[in-house]
Design a protein around this ligand. Sequence first.
Ligand SMILES: [Zn+2]
Length: 154
Amino acid sequence: MKCIFCGCEESKVLDSRNTDELNAIRRRRECVKCGKRFTTYETIETTPILVIKSDNSRQLFSREKIMNGLVKACEKRPVTSQDMEDIVNKVERMVHNHTTQEVKSSEIGEIVMNELKKIDEVAYVRFASVYKRFKDIDNFVDFLHEFENAIKRN
Ligand SMILES: [Zn+2]
C-alpha cells in the first residue's frame, strides 16, 4: 500500500479494527518515510453490482460516486465525514443485500435522501435536486418550499 503523500511503499499499521457497518477491516497506517498517517479499508471482493439509471442505462456501482455526491451536497454544511461514510455504508449494505445484481439509482437516491434529511436539510435538498427529476410542477413547488424553510432555519 503506497503512501498517498510521498509514494513510499512501506507503512506500519497503527491500529486495525472491524468496521461496524461494512464487512471491512479499517487500518490506520503510518508511512515509515514521511511519517504521515492514512487509512485503508480491506474488503471482501464481491460480484459487481450494476446501477440502473433513469434512462435505463447501466453503470457499475461505486462507493466513490456516492461519496462524491455527498461531499458536494454537504459542502459548508455541518455534516461530518463520518456521517457521510455511515450513509454510504448503509447504501452499500442495501446494494449487497439486494435480491438481484442490479439496483435502481432511485433506490440508492432514496436511502441517501432519507439519511441526509435526518442530518441536514440544506444538504438534503441539494442532493435531492440532483436526484429528483421534477416530473410535475407540484413536486417542484414542494421542493422550493422545503428549501426556503431549510434556509430560514439555518
Ligand atoms: Zn509517506
